[in-house]
Write a protein of this length. Structure first.
Length: 291
């Protein structure tokens, strides 16, 4: 019978790769969680998913030219993500299509192009590594990238917090007081892309958006307070990282999907019992009003 120490502490105490993976999860939780919450509050959840695929062509080009080089793939992914975001925004302004439709179109094209580029220059193992990542193989360079992105994200969100909230809630008022909503929106999208690139280093392009969006959606089901939601989404992301790594270690499962699996479980539990938007509390409130 394994003790609690052997189950919860020993993997991190005994193995350096587990400690590096844990540090990476902490950095991703601090950076991606708050960014994901703003995406949810601005009703841009699908935009986050689209942006996660938009980085793939740039990462693929970096892989083609420099191999599995984190700096090259990160820079390429960031540039590709920003370009796709700008093109989708331009298409929205010049056509009568909604923003989500344009993002969906561009991200599908970007995903297809990225997979074609990787398939042309690599093999199936390279494709799986880029799409799904490997948290347990995170190196020092990846940790530095995650730490820098998390720091920039927290500082950036603190600076643009008020105009970002106003631009999402009442853009007309922001323009009436001389606020530059479009500029803050672009800065915010760049923070989204930067966090997706940081997550791509460990979770891959298909999983990095999961740690950004699922904890944020979960937090929305528990509170209306911005401060509480920020705290909840970071804690859920941290807990998902810890328990996902432990599940991966003890049962020899893929680390990235294990982390996202726990984030998904937290969402399902919150969907049922969440104090603000959960099914059970909502049903009880309705029954109370019927009386």
């Amino acid at each position: 019978m394994q003790t609690l120490y052997e189950l919860l502490i020993s993997p991190f105490a005994d193995f350096a790769f587990m400690r590096r993976a844990l540090v990476g999860c902490v950095a991703l939780a601090l950076g991606s969680g708050p960014v994901g919450l703003f995406l949810v509050l601005r009703r841009m959840s699908l935009t986050g998913d689209a942006m996660s695929h938009a980085v793939l062509p740039g990462a693929a080009l970096g892989f083609m030219w420099f191999g599995l080089s984190l700096p090259a793939m990160s820079v390429g992914g960031f540039i590709a993500g920003v370009v796709v975001a700008l093109l989708a925004g331009l298409a929205t302004r010049l056509s009568n299509l909604k923003e989500d439709a344009n993002f969906a179109a561009f991200y599908l094209m970007a995903l297809a192009l990225g997979v074609l580029l990787i398939s042309k220059s690599g093999n199936q193992v390279d494709l799986i590594h880029i799409l799904f990542g490997s948290v347990l193989a995170v190196d020092t360079a990846s940790l530095i990238l995650m730490g820098i992105v998390a720091s920039i994200s927290l500082i950036g969100l603190a600076v643009i917090y008020r105009p970002l909230v106003l631009e999402g809630v009442d853009p007309l008022f922001l323009r009436s007081v001389g606020g530059r909503g479009g500029m803050w929106y672009i800065v915010f999208l760049m923070l989204v892309v930067a966090n997706l690139v940081a997550g791509f280093a460990s979770l891959g392009t298909l999983m990095s958006v999961g740690l950004m969006m699922l904890p944020a959606i979960t937090a929305r089901l528990w509170s209306h307070s911005m401060g509480k939601m920020l705290m909840i989404c970071v804690l859920v992301a941290l807990g998902s990282g810890v328990f996902g790594l432990l599940l991966s270690y003890h049962f020899e499962l893929a680390s990235g999907p294990s982390i996202i699996f726990f984030a998904g479980l937290a969402y399902l539990v919150s969907l049922i019992f969440g104090a603000v938007g959960g099914i059970v509390p909502r049903y009880l409130r309705l029954k109370h009003f019927e009386k």
